[in-house]
Write a protein that binds this ligand. Sequence first.
Ligand SMILES: NC(=O)c1ccc[n+]([C@@H]2O[C@H](COP(=O)([O-])OP(=O)(O)OC[C@H]3O[C@@H](n4cnc5c(N)ncnc54)[C@H](O)[C@@H]3O)[C@@H](O)[C@H]2O)c1
Length: 367
Amino acid sequence: MRSRVKVGIIGSRFQGDVHAASFAMTPDAAEVVAVASPTKARAEALAARYGIPRVFTDYRRMLAEDDIELVTIAAPNHLHCQMTIDAAEAGKHVVCEKPLCMNLEEADRMLAATARKGVLLMYAEELFFTPKYVKAKEMAAEGAFGKVYLVKQCEKHFGPHAPWFWDVSRSGGGVFMDMGCHGIAFCSWFFDRAPIKSVYCHMATHVHADKTDGEDDSLCILEFANGGVGLVENSWARRGGMEDRIEIYGEGGVSYADLHMGNALPTYSEYGYGYAVEKAPTTKGWTYPVFEELWNYGFPQEMRHFARCVRGLEQPRATGEDGRLVMEVLCAGYRSAATGAKVALPFKPPAVARPIDLWKPSAGAKH
Ligand SMILES: NC(=O)c1ccc[n+]([C@@H]2O[C@H](COP(=O)([O-])OP(=O)(O)OC[C@H]3O[C@@H](n4cnc5c(N)ncnc54)[C@H](O)[C@@H]3O)[C@@H](O)[C@H]2O)c1
């Protein structure tokens, strides 16, 4: 029997917990042996929850551990590039959370560093593993819809949980950067990575201008070279909890998938209860608690796949190149929002620290 891949997780809060839980659900492929995060108490609590033996407050110390083969990065966006380069330099394979980094120069440095050291750079886009969405893609491949002309992905809630998301100098932008990255990757994947010809984007800050200079609502249209269109809708202004949906339209058929509602128990409670679903504002009144939440998203399947890639048993289905393409589209989208015009790809933006600079160069000054 092959040995399990030894994993170190960077970050101990929201997504760090998802990574740890996901590996724990697929113990045949990997075991988490360490977690690193500057918040010692949180890192220790995560380690205790999942039986992780080693805790570090400096991720570089964790990278010095010889037995660790794979590092997953679940830290704020502005840290992804340096962490990836440091992990590659230490000879570790990398799974980096979305969005890949802050700009195209960083993406290129991450790709170069991992290629130079001969380690994998895998991009944590779980929608490539979401069972309902995988089913839709399989049906498309079987010809269920004939020629697909429109792929829509929509992800909305009332705003993220941690302060750094609202600070564009650490996040790189607002909801388009944070969640549009999922929809862009999804449409590209669904169209078998057909080249993208152009990007059009509208964005605005409707309700959270007191908290952020980033956009809290965005609409993005992608034109693919195969004639297909991608429509990516995102919001941090949407009340009522989390929404994650796709719609697939072809000349011969149509399919809709709602990630949460189809996996929920329509429930009324006068008194409330423990947990309904990510970002649900309440558990009183009518609510839609989900079951097997992580599995329905595809996180355990994703992490198992990445571990198997490290063993050479599978080829990465979500790569650093996917993350770079998403970054290029994000940059084109912010530019389009500034000019009101479509932006053609390939797009070589001027060197910017953050994609949002292409829309609002002074963003972040007052927050
Ligand atoms: N794939 C998804 O659906 C999904 C969902 C949520 C978040 N994410 C991504 O995961 C990443 C983390 O987001 P989150 O929601 O977990 O944020 P979070 O604020 O909940 O957690 C961030 C973690 O990073 C740690 N951290 C900060 N500075 C660090 C440093 N210098 N070294 C090591 N650790 C450090 C913090 O201590 C914290 O544990 C982001 O890139 C985000 O976009 C992805």
